[in-house]
Design a protein around this ligand. Structure first.
Ligand code: FES
Ligand code: FES
Length: 133
């Protein structure tokens, strides 16, 4: 049912934890199941995401997608990070079962919420970023 990559990122998730004084923090909940994810971004003056950590209170697929999403955004600039969709995260994990696709949305939404928080704190506007619900 789950790919080897999903199992790997579930049993050995990357970038778990929190960042003190993070540049941006995003917390989102999944309306469908009630699971929660929080992502912390450390963004430098050049707009590069130097560090990222996450905490997920949720299912295995949510943990695996959070882990992969953090790996994908690390080292990227803001605009590149914005383009990392849940589809890209799922592809990087070699897919998810159809009933678990909604879990991958948490990671994308949490990244967007953290970027929004960063933009608000720094008084900037990020093109193409919508206010989180
Ligand atoms: Fe979240 Fe299944 S509903 S763990
Ligand atoms: Fe809730 Fe996966 S079942 S995020």
């Amino acid at each position: 049912m789950y790919s080897e990559k999903v199992m790997d990122h579930f049993t050995n998730p990357r970038n778990v934890g929190e960042i003190e004084n993070a540049s941006g923090v995003g917390t989102v909940g999944n309306a469908k199941c009630g699971d929660i994810m929080r992502i912390y971004l450390d963004i430098d003056e050049a707009g590069i995401i130097n560090d990222v950590k996450f905490k997920t209170f949720g299912c295995g697929a949510a943990v695996a997608t959070s882990s992969m999403a953090t790996e994908l955004v690390k080292g990227k600039n803001i605009n590149e990070a914005l383009k990392i969709t849940n589809k890209a995260v799922m592809d990087a994990l070699d897919g998810l079962p159809p009933v678990k696709v909604h879990c991958s949305l948490l990671a994308e939404e949490a990244i967007h919420a953290a970027l929004w928080d960063y933009a608000e704190k720094h008084g900037i506007v990020i093109d193409g970023l919508e206010k989180p619900k």
